[in-house]
Write a protein that binds this ligand. Structure first.
Ligand code: GRG
Length: 281
């Protein structure tokens, strides 16, 4: 199947689920609920949910089983983008070609919308107990909570914010931020999908390592696409464009090698990894 068509089909699954489950924009407090929906719809590439589905497939289950986990991961991602755009962080007025949430709904609603989306992500996961089993839900909750926490996503963001003041930029420092801020959630996505399919410890470790390498390569691709922003914490800043591109390819190849043994079950993961790293937007 064509990779983009595959991704679009998976995105439609998540969109439908989120459309049904998120509070409507008219439910009071209406400004808050409208702010929550503002960045969820029409949404972005929906890569992380696709990694959840692909992780589930890699461990041998039908991907639809992982739908609540896929939606939960996308909401954690969405919350992080809303907060990242705030004036106290990156101070961005535009995301995905539209006004950011604080521009459209005010700063307080943007903070609250992010908070509520993070909480709702875990509500969706908890509700999946009947379909996925209590053990799988508990394991996914833990995986996602760790990836979203101060040792991963939030900690990476904290270090990114003070990166320039923290000493000389080195590849090790940049990739430490990339691993936490970006790769942790991608790795957790693959792992959650596999957990729902009942993967054993060995496969989970293999997929976590795959996800981390793909995640860092994905972030390098992002640095390359944003090269003209001259950010301090960027692989382009420490390596230059050609070497940054080459580093992403090395990581992608290493990640792909890790899942060679999965055969056909790993096809979706392999396709998605390529799409995430060799993208043009
Ligand atoms: C504020 C808690 C907190 C965390 C912020 C996500 C993030 C950390 C910052 C956003 C800026 C950034 C460059 C993050 C790295 C991850 C990344 C490249 C996000 C964009 O992901 P895509 O390309 O976005 O999947 P779409 O729009 O397709 O969903």
């Amino acid at each position: 199947m064509d990779a983009r068509a595959w991704l679009k089909q998976r995105a439609a699954l998540v969109d439908g689920f989120l459309e049904q489950r998120l509070p409507s924009a008219s439910e009071p407090p209406a400004a808050l609920h409208a702010a929550m929906r503002h960045l969820v719809f029409p949404g972005g590439k929906r890569l992380r949910p696709a990694f959840v589905f692909a992780g589930c497939e890699a461990a041998g289950a039908t991907p639809e089983l992982a739908l609540p986990a896929a939606a939960a991961v996308e909401l954690v991602h969405t919350y992080s983008l809303i907060h990242d755009d705030l004036p106290c962080m990156d101070d961005d007025a535009v995301r995905r070609g539209r006004p950011t949430v604080h521009i459209a709904y005010g700063e307080a609603n943007a903070v609250l919308a992010g908070d509520a989306l993070l909480a709702f992500a875990f509500e969706l996961l908890a509700d999946a107990e009947g379909a996925c089993g209590a053990a799988a839900v508990a394991a996914c909750t833990r995986t996602l909570a760790i990836a979203a926490g101060s040792r991963q996503l939030v900690g990476g963001q904290a270090d990114d914010l003070v990166f320039a003041a923290g000493g000389p930029a080195t590849l090790a420092r940049v990739e430490s931020v990339h691993r936490r801020k970006s790769a942790a959630l991608i790795s957790a996505s693959v792992v959650c999908g596999a957990r729902i399919a009942g993967a054993d410890r060995e496969l989970l470790a293999q997929l976590a390592a795959f996800g981390e390498e793909v995640g860092v390569a994905f972030q390098i691709a992002d640095d390359v696409l944003d090269a003209d922003r001259n950010e301090a914490c960027s692989s382009v800043a420490v390596l230059g464009l050609p070497a940054a591109r080459a580093r992403a390819e090395v990581l992608l190849a290493s990640a792909q090698e890790r899942i060679d043994g999965l055969g056909e079950k790993g096809a979706a993961l392999r396709m998605l990894a390529e799409l995430a790293v060799r993208r043009d937007g």
